[in-house]
Write a protein that binds this ligand. Structure first.
Ligand SMILES: NC(=O)c1ccc[n+]([C@@H]2O[C@H](COP(=O)([O-])OP(=O)(O)OC[C@H]3O[C@@H](n4cnc5c(N)ncnc54)[C@H](O)[C@@H]3O)[C@@H](O)[C@H]2O)c1
Length: 253
């Protein structure tokens, strides 16, 4: 596959590594920072030479690029985050041109496997009231927010399938937790790229589902797999990473 890389920062470099290891051809690396890529902007010539584009850039770049991709029907994977205010317009463009674009804030296949396993486990204890469930996450000492977005997604997926849990509580507690609260605890320190754990606990035993990130490479591999899926499936429309995941492995659970 001939793939255009747009945004040649940390993620763009990782994407290139996976594209090459999976025998794809990199058409060009587009980045406006002088000396960083092979081209400073997306041109019609580059679009014509490409079968797919993978973008990890800045939020303000997404709408303009999406217009260019949709205009020529180029399948696009957009991993850039923070363009929520342009989301409706990008959707209109993609749908208007009957093009295809898959977007998501987390392309890590392992993280999606974790969400799917957690959802399955939580639904299995719906009729087993002896089992309680809780979420813990660990991140490096420089992380500014808590709980992590991944922990919140994990908790929301649990609430969706476990009716007896009604709300997420991520505060420090000075009282006993209520049965309808799902506790999400955050620990900060060291250099941990990210650990998320879900514990199912009863008086008799305990089960743990854990996702440990080692680096950013999982995001890049997921984006490359999503581009392969988009091109090989011929899917059209404004798709989310969850559509890709559901098609490729979540339905097997
Ligand atoms: N979806 C995911 O799984 C996932 C994972 C990691 C990061 N991200 C997101 O991906 C984006 C990039 O992350 P990063 O760590 O590579 O950042 P980075 O700062 O290392 O790289 C971004 C690059 O985009 C370039 N850029 C700026 N304007 C551009 C434009 N108009 N066209 C093309 N390139 C442009 C910058 O010069 C820079 O080289 C961020 O929004 C980040 O939150 C998403």
């Amino acid at each position: 596959m001939n793939v255009l890389i747009v945004g040649y920062g940390r993620m763009g470099h990782e994407v290139e590594t996976f594209l090459r290891s999976r025998n794809h051809h990199v058409v060009a690396r587009v980045d406006p920072t002088p000396g960083v890529g092979d081209a400073t902007e997306v041109s019609s010539e580059l679009l014509r030479s490409s079968q797919a584009v993978i973008e990890f850039s800045l939020p303000e770049a997404v709408l303009g690029h999406a217009r260019q991709y949709a205009g020529v029907g180029l399948p696009a994977v957009v991993g850039t985050t923070g363009w929520e205010s342009d989301r409706a317009e990008v959707r209109n463009l993609v749908e208007g041109y009957q093009s295809s674009l898959v977007w998501g804030s987390n392309f890590s296949v392992g993280a999606h496997l974790f969400f799917a396993l957690v959802e399955k486990a939580a639904s299995m204890i719906a009729d087993l009231p002896d089992y309680d469930i809780m979420v813990t996450e660990w991140h490096h000492k420089l992380k500014k927010d808590s709980p992590s977005g991944t922990a919140l997604t994990t908790a929301e997926r649990i609430l969706k399938v476990l009716p007896r849990k009604k709300e997420i509580n991520s505060e420090r507690l000075d009282r006993a937790i209520r049965d309808d609260e799902l506790h999400v605890a955050s620990v900060r320190g060291g250099a941990i790229p990210g650990i998320h754990s879900v514990l199912l606990d009863s008086a008799a035993d305990s089960l743990e589902i854990r996702h440990t990130a080692r680096s950013r490479s999982g995001f890049a591999l997921g984006a490359v797999l999503a581009a392969e899926w988009l091109v090989s499936s011929g899917r059209k429309g404004f798709l989310s990473v969850e559509d890709f995941v559901a098609d490729t492995f979540a339905s097997k659970l």
